[in-house]
Design a protein around this ligand. Structure first.
Ligand SMILES: [Ca+2]
Ligand SMILES: [Ca+2]
Length: 250
């Protein structure tokens, strides 16, 4: 935080501290521009019970407008995630993964996203990883590696954003590593010199996704970018009940 040097007036120290606090608040709020505001803080629990279709599609009100939204990712590694906002309503809108990357999407060479309620507060959250492709021996870290705590808007805006300590990650998927009912994240990550690993970030009630412990890291076979066909066999199934059934998750 701001330190006051000798001879500086007490007032300027306070001003610097106030400015620093304000800058922090603006970062937390995610700002506002042509992409609109994040949804307001929820006043009540979601009226839509989140559930999983047999097809693997997640149904949840991710933007808290009272209409169910539908989340799919046929790629199963974040590349082709899309969300149909207001599915079945007059305002139905399909947003592809690029549209959720936020203000920087046009400058990204790749965008990946995953949706689950990582902190289990009842609102599905959005992870976005985006940046430059790997282009040499040294890992290129992503420009964007964020957990946007739900509800989030149809442009990927959220009131609370957690910066993730992901390394040179490209592909991501919701996973179940430690079977504690908090969704986890699998991250296919470049470690340099042509080698990749799959790392884990564990769902967490306080931080959303906790730091890597190294415990679940697995080396990828061979060298070069060759993500597993199924980055996370468990997917969302352990964490959401089936739609139209009384099946409990797991
Ligand atoms: Ca909605
Ligand atoms: Ca949440």
């Amino acid at each position: 935080m701001a330190e006051r040097v000798q001879g500086d007036s007490p007032g300027s120290g306070r001003l610097i501290r106030a400015a620093a606090v304000l800058a922090g608040l603006l970062l937390v709020a995610g700002g506002e521009d042509s992409l609109g505001k994040p949804p307001p803080r929820p006043a009540a629990p979601s009226a839509v019970t989140a559930c999983l279709e047999r097809s693997g599609e997640l149904v949840a009100d991710v933007n808290d407008d009272g209409h169910p939204d539908r989340v799919t990712d046929p790629s199963r590694r974040g590349a082709r995630l899309s969300i149909v906002f207001g599915a079945g309503s007059a305002h139905e809108t399909k947003v592809p993964v690029w549209g959720l990357a936020d203000r920087t999407a046009r400058r990204q060479e790749y965008v990946r996203a995953a949706v689950a309620d990582f902190d289990r507060d009842g609102w599905s959250d959005l992870v976005v990883v985006a940046g430059e492709e790997q282009a040499g021996d040294d890992p290129v870290p992503p420009r964007v590696a964020e957990l946007r705590l739900g509800p989030f808007s149809d442009t990927g805006r959220a009131r609370r954003i957690v910066q993730l300590d992901l390394e040179a990650t490209k592909d991501i998927a919701v996973a179940d590593y430690n079977h504690d009912r908090y969704p986890d994240l699998a991250a296919y990550t470049y470690t340099g010199d042509g080698t990749y690993v799959t790392q884990a970030r564990l769902g967490d009630p306080r931080t959303g996704l906790a730091s890597d412990t190294g415990t679940y890291t697995t080396d990828a076979a061979g060298t070069g970018y060759d993500p597993p066909a199924d980055l996370s066999p468990s997917g969302l199934a352990p964490f959401y009940p089936g739609c139209g059934t009384h099946r409990t998750p797991g």
